[in-house]
Write a protein that binds this ligand. Structure first.
Ligand code: SF4
Length: 111
């Protein structure tokens, strides 16, 4: 499958997963396109669409937590930011993703 077709297929599949979780694709279409392209490349290399923003390790169980969409594994963290770590997904009520920023989980925990 060519990369553009695979991007469309991933988008279709991911939409089904994120919707019941209360998320949508970011309104920033350029960002979405870029990140999906990176995921297609990672999938071509590793056979799995890993997160483009989180490092793959040698531990399979850790790596399984960064397969996109990784929202279920990081729910508390992402819900607090209203976005996933990469910003590919945002809460459904978000209209301006530029207002959201990455906040390390330990900062959120400290409150
Ligand atoms: S941080 Fe976002 S883009 Fe990265 S794997 Fe998780 S859900 Fe996907």
């Amino acid at each position: 499958m060519n990369p553009e077709s695979r991007k469309r297929a991933l988008r279709y599949l991911f939409q089904k997963v994120i919707d019941p979780l209360g998320y949508k694709f970011s309104p920033d279409e350029d960002l979405v396109d870029f990140l999906l392209e990176q995921e297609v490349k990672l999938e071509q290399k590793h056979g799995i669409p890993y997160c483009p923003c989180q490092g793959i390790t040698k531990k399979r169980e850790d790596n399984m937590k960064i397969v996109c969409p990784c929202i279920p594994f990081h729910r508390e963290h992402y819900d607090a930011m209203k976005r996933c770590w990469c910003g590919l997904y945002v809460h459904k009520d978000v209209t301006n993703p530029d207002e959201l920023r990455q906040i390390p989980f330990n900062e959120i925990k400290r409150g």
